[in-house]
Ligand binder design. Structure first.
Ligand code: SAM
Length: 292
């Protein structure tokens, strides 16, 4: 008999997966972790009943949260990933040859160890790269206490329920800002715009207080069900959101990085948001927002 996994993210709506095989299921120190196989999505990771990542569509999320800030910045050497225990974000960041050091702060060591074993296609060996530094800690504590500066900070977190909650607070965003170099960029995962509008609204209200330039950009990831998801963007350099397409194309081709979702045109287009999303984040007057 086929078993099924039904996501418990929403009370009155759910996506359901058939489960061919369960590779791992256990309560870690912080979360309930499952890794199973589904015929359509390959290996799937679940934390506390919520789909985190699947082999089939992880590239969309990881490429967009990594390459958009790194290509926009143009000279990234030091990156901080907060969360990201599956290793997919680390893999993408390390593909940039200019990156000298990546610090990944993950609260749950078991997620890293189990991902190495059962989701090896995510990290593809990235955990062995000498540029990688692993820190096991709450990301909010790390950014509060570190003296290090980063060109890009990526929040690759769970939703703001459980351990991920601290990564959506004013203090966390302010501490991230204080960790950024002069042209540094903070990017954050902010959930699905249609179903989790409150997440983006809350982040927008906090980014407004903290950054000279802030916005959101989007991508549709099939297993983050419900339409486009949005990523937060905060920096004190407004030019970084307006980098011309030709410059992005030059950087992209020079990098020799091959992608499955990201390309410079997608990069530019991703910052165009539906009117309802602009309304939600309090940015319906977009005349001053138009990129070139
Ligand atoms: N791509 C996924 C998504 O959009 O939901 C997120 C993937 S990744 C598995 C999220 C990671 O964030 C988890 O491994 C979790 O342990 C970690 N995490 C949650 N709260 C954290 C915190 N406060 N500090 C550091 N890592 C945290």
């Amino acid at each position: 008999m086929i078993k099924h996994f039904e996501e418990t993210l929403y009370n009155n709506y759910a996506q359901r997966f058939s489960v061919d095989e369960i590779y791992y299921e256990n309560k870690t120190e912080h979360q309930h972790l499952i890794i199973f196989h589904n015929a359509k999505f390959g290996r799937v990771m679940v934390l506390d009943g919520i789909i985190q990542t699947t082999e089939r569509d992880e590239f969309i999320y990881h490429e967009m949260l990594c390459h958009v800030p790194i290509f926009a910045h143009g000279a990234v050497e030091r990156v901080l990933i907060v969360g990201g225990g599956d290793g997919g974000m680390l893999r993408e960041v390390l593909r940039h040859s200019g990156v000298k050091k990546v610090t990944m702060v993950e609260i749950d060591e078991t997620v890293i160890e189990i991902s190495k074993k059962y989701l090896p296609n995510h990290a593809q060996g990235a955990f062995d790269d000498p540029r990688f530094q692993r820190v096991i800690s709450d990301g909010a504590t790390f950014v509060r206490e570190t003296d290090e500066k980063f060109d890009v900070v990526i929040t690759d977190s769970t939703d703001p329920i459980g351990p991920g909650e601290s990564l959506f607070s004013h203090d966390y965003y302010e501490d991230c800002k204080n960790c950024l170099t002069k042209n540094g960029i903070l990017v954050t995962q902010n959930g699905v715009a249609f179903f989790q509008a409150e997440e983006a609204k809350k982040t927008a209200d906090l980014f407004r207080q903290l950054f000279k330039d802030w916005h959101f950009y989007s991508a549709a990831v099939p297993t983050y069900v419900g339409g486009i998801m949005v990523f937060g963007w905060g920096t004190d350099n407004p030019q970084l959101r307006k980098i011309p397409l030709e410059t992005l194309e030059m950087r992209y081709h020079k990098s020799r990085i091959t992608t499955q979702y990201y390309n410079p045109s997608i990069h530019k287009a991703a910052f165009a948001l539906p009117q309802s999303v602009l309304e939600n984040i309090g940015k319906t007057d977009t005349t001053h927002e138009r990129a070139n």
